[in-house]
Design a protein around this ligand. Structure first.
Ligand code: M6P
Ligand code: ZN
Length: 191
């Protein structure tokens, strides 16, 4: 029986939208994702000025990375902008190309941008209650364009793997910026 995983449960608090217990938590500040923002000058100005805002945090329930297991997590993206670009996750492809993902939006509003290595591009506005299916091969980044936290539950295969390299180097082909007070999807000038 020793190699059989045990069932367990955790509880989502409907006020704070945090799960407890979780088995791993990580926080990402601007310094930890500085290459992911398109406005390098704005990033440098903030960091040089001693500002290193918390962009998002993730409360994870991770299983061993083997086929058949699923991981899940609550992600909280804080409201804010770096230059004109809204706070967001780094975004990634799955290392295992056949791996998909499900998002359930709990709080706030924003966008998800998605793309494939074959040139596919998609962006979808997100609001509370929405369930988003991210098909295999689509890189995904979530952006908070609202004034409150954007919080969502994500579920993905434990052996999917996170590939950040391509995104860190080139960025997403579409980014979401504040244009005259409105979230606007534009082509990334960096790509
Ligand atoms: C969601 C999932 C996680 C991911 C997290 C933060 O919870 O997609 O797999 O780690 O968002 O996104 P990223 O790792 O791209 O910064
Ligand atoms: Zn993913």
């Amino acid at each position: 029986m020793s190699d059989v995983a045990e069932p367990y449960s955790t509880t989502l608090d409907f006020k704070s939208w945090i799960i407890r217990p979780y088995n791993k938590k990580f926080e990402v500040r601007l310094r930890g994702m500085k290459n992911f923002y398109s406005d390098a000058d704005a990033v440098k100005r903030m960091l040089d000025g001693g500002e290193d805002p918390l962009i998002y945090e993730v409360y994870e329930c991770l299983q061993p990375s083997v086929e058949g297991q699923i991981d899940f997590a609550i992600t909280v993206i804080y409201p804010g902008k770096i230059g004109d670009e809204y706070n967001m996750t780094r975004g990634h492809y799955h290392a295992k190309e056949g791996a998909s993902e499900l998002y359930f939006i709990l709080q706030g509003e924003g966008f998800v941008v998605m793309q494939t290595k074959e040139g596919g591009m998609a962006s979808t506005p997100l609001k509370k209650g929405q369930i988003l299916y991210i098909a295999p091969r689509w890189a995904h980044r979530t952006i908070n364009t609202g004034k409150e936290k954007l919080t969502f539950l994500a579920v993905w295969p434990s052996d999917a793997g996170h590939d950040y390299g391509t995104i860190e180097e080139k960025g997403f082909r579409q980014i979401i910026i504040d244009k005259n007070g409105r979230p606007t999807v534009i082509e990334n000038p960096r790509v």
